[in-house]
Unconditional design. Sequence first.
Length: 344
Amino acid sequence: MNPFSFSQPEDAQDAIAQVADNPSFAGEAVRFVAGGTNLLDLMKEGVMASRRLVDINRLPLDKVEEGEDGGLLLGATARNADTAYHPLVREHYPLLSAAILAGASPQLRNMASNGGNLLQRTRCYYFYDLGTPCNKREPNTGCGAIGGITRQHAILGASEQCIATHPSDMCVALAALEATVHVESVRGKRAIPFAEFHRLPGDAPQYDNVLEADELITHIALPDARRYARHSAYLKIRERLSYAFALVSVAAALDIGSDGVVRSARIALGGVAHKPWRKPEAEALLEGARPDADRLRQVADALLDGARGQGHNDFKIRLARNAIVRALETAVQGTVTNTGERHD
């Protein structure tokens, strides 16, 4: 039994102060908790420890509402299910709705929060297994996955220190939609472009993102993306159909003119790297072009440039290439929502 204290502050300033200023609890030993669907599992397994949990569910951070610039603001404590089924998300951001509904299970989506989804940790077997070395869990102990069973592991952006992948579906869509993460601490507020929020492992894989230990995610801002609403698709390939993480996933959003020419494209990959994977230079290959088969294959090759397998996951390179082409072909035809609807 690992004892910990639990508090439920009524406002953000109090919550932040409890993490930043309490002299009895230093650094990462104090953590915010909302849905807790990943954090509590990690605490039970002994992978992460906390002497205090600061419950932020009483804070007014659960709204999903239109922003002043025509975009959308997603509250950090709004539940994944409520976000996916929100009318504004379904109408203007069907890619996000589809990605959320492709993840986890209905029960977990009812509990998991938007902010927590961004912060969930890898499902690498070696990260969870306390009997194996893991630089993410214990820096400078080695990466047990390298040379081990790597079917679920990275083919892009990995390092000699870590080949884990980021598990989120929602984050893949947020990366494609160019979201911004808004955070607050005792030092003030800052906005982090989504492309900069998560980190590649480099030589410090213990850090999943650029948040400071005392920073609280307040909301996620999405720019106006209605031009992509008619041509988007989220394709997820996994080991089995129920509650599994992606081997490869693709979020594809296209703005196609009446002449059939692509005006702009947004593509992100999941299951292939330590963070959602985007390459704007690959997307640029579609802009001003007709999305024929040859062009889509060129885009896939550009997105996967430099991909390298680890043995057991060599198949993921070909799988990812085919998935990118398939997702783009689907987006060209219309929008798939993962709710049984299709908008052409």
